[in-house]
Write a protein that binds this ligand. Structure first.
Ligand code: TYD
Ligand code: MG
Length: 457
């Protein structure tokens, strides 16, 4: 089958056989995008399902429609099952996104051990040779008769192999390495990624195959081909985490068969990814809970909330000027918050050195961390231990007042998911929000009130 590509203007739909900088149709610049020519006779014939369907398909009353039992199977990894909404639905198309090296291939290979007990799996890699994957599989103790490896990047060949092998599950690692005949743009470009996903999706849906597609995230944080993949697939999972830290968070950003509020937490060990049963435990594990000057905050990065530990060490200045040092938070912000604490909370810090650190090498650029930083400084100064299940969310104003933060509900949900019991937040942020189960929220107006929350016990 030989399909041609055509360049179509995204503004006016003008079609051109070759790329043009300026659209002759509407005079827009840079709007011509390469697409497979699906209007030609030959490719319409290669997709008969569309025309057959249109002659049979008619609207039905909603009450007439049989719901059908969506049958799911377990991946054997409970954290992943939960994020998916209770396992993989047969015929589901799942996109697994994340930074290179975060552990996407590892996770998908680990699924094979359990799923391979009942399902036939085809693992297609465009990045590694079959031998390389075998070495990794051995290390991960994945050894099932039902796992077939294919090192290939050509979509036509992959589709032929899918038809021959008739697997129940197909893993494509990664979509950026795949290319489809007819599109001249390089692998990983928007047209390639879109058309490749399209072709794979059609095959998967028509054969009832569950398919995992790996997509690397580009530097600006979006999957290659901005959003072109996300609307096509049933489920979008993001695998996140600091590569220097061992823990990883798996999050659904879209799920047609479940909710998107669940997260799965893993730890990368030498034997692969290990599920973390109780994430808050893991978070609290690393930090001593009897040491003063540590406070937990929740920062939003894009749409995700990240809980982090801010540590402060306040010590008497030996001689000369007091020192202020910070790792992970802008030093100017520390100066400002120290000034507010001195003036508004009547805390004498002029004879103290102050060291601030965000545990785990995280960088926090958000004013919602202010309250947590102040709490850590106040706690270290007074040498009190903040309860380990308490967290602080709020911006501090120059008057010592607490300012509302955005997305409080999301932050609280994140904290509640990770096992936190108490949150200290600005009072005015609490209006009209739904407080998640398991967490008590105290609304306070000033920095002094917030500090009183843990100083009284
Ligand atoms: P990988 O799954 O190859 O990442 P991706 O497919 O998302 O690019 O994971 C690569 C990293 O994980 C690599 O830096 C090594 C580490 N790793 C372990 O620490 N333990 C293991 O058992 C495996 C397989 C990988
Ligand atoms: Mg990989």
């Amino acid at each position: 089958m030989k399909t041609k590509s055509v360049y179509i203007c995204s503004e006016c739909g003008y079609r051109s056989p070759k790329w043009l900088g300026k659209c002759p149709g509407c005079s827009s610049w840079n709007t011509l995008v390469e697409t497979l020519d699906t209007s030609s006779k030959q490719s319409a014939a290669s997709r008969p399902s569309a025309s057959i369907q249109s002659s049979l398909n008619r609207p039905q009353q909603i009450s007439e429609i049989k719901r059908g039992h969506e049958s799911r199977f377990s991946t054997g990894i409970r954290e992943l099952d939960r994020v998916l909404g209770g396992g993989v639905v047969n015929g589901e198309l799942i996109l697994v996104g994340g930074d290179p090296g975060i552990g996407k291939s590892t996770l998908l290979l680990q699924i094979c051990e359990n799923a391979g007990k009942t399902k036939k799996i085809l693992y297609v890699s465009g990045e590694e040779s079959a031998a390389q994957i075998k070495i990794r599989a051995e290390r991960l103790h994945v050894n099932t008769e039902n796992l077939y490896l294919l090192s290939e990047t050509d979509v036509e060949t992959i589709l032929e192999n899918i038809t021959d092998t008739k697997p129940d599950i197909v893993i494509i690692d990664s979509i950026q390495t795949m290319h489809i005949e007819g599109i001249q743009s390089a692998s990983g470009s928007v047209p390639q990624v879109r058309e490749t996903t399209n072709a794979l999706m059609r095959a998967a849906k028509s054969m009832g195959i569950s398919m995992f597609i790996v997509g690397h995230v580009t530097k600006d944080g979006s999957l290659a081909g901005p959003r072109v993949l996300e609307h096509m697939v049933d489920c979008v999972l993001y695998f996140e985490g600091d590569r220097q830290l061992s823990f990883r968070i798996l999050r659904a950003v879209k799920n047609r068969f479940g909710s998107t509020n669940e997260i799965g937490v893993f730890e990368m060990r030498d034997i692969g990814l290990v599920e973390v049963e109780n994430p808050s435990q893991m978070l609290l594990d690393g930090r001593p809970d009897d040491i003063s000057g540590s406070a937990i905050i929740c920062a939003m990065e894009g749409t995700r909330g990240i809980l982090a530990e801010v540590q402060a060490l306040v010590t008497p200045t030996g001689f000369g000027n007091p020192r202020r040092m910070s790792a992970g938070i802008d030093l100017n912000r520390i100066f400002l918050l120290v000034a507010v604490l001195e003036k508004r909370a009547r805390m004498n810090l002029s004879n103290s050195d102050i060291y601030i650190n965000v545990a785990g090498g995280l960088r926090i650029d958000e004013t919602a961390a202010d309250l947590g930083i102040c709490a850590a400084i106040a706690a270290s100064r007074a040498d009190v231990v903040i309860p380990p299940d308490m967290l602080f969310i709020g911006e501090v104003g120059l008057g010592g007042e607490l300012r509302a933060v955005s997305q409080l509900e999301k932050r609280l949900t994140e904290a509640a998911n990770l096992g936190f019991k108490t949150a200290v937040t600005p009072k005015q942020s609490m209006r009209g929000i739904r407080i998640p189960d398991g967490i008590r929220v105290y609304g306070v107006r000033t920095i002094s009130e917030a500090i009183a929350m843990f100083r009284k016990g």
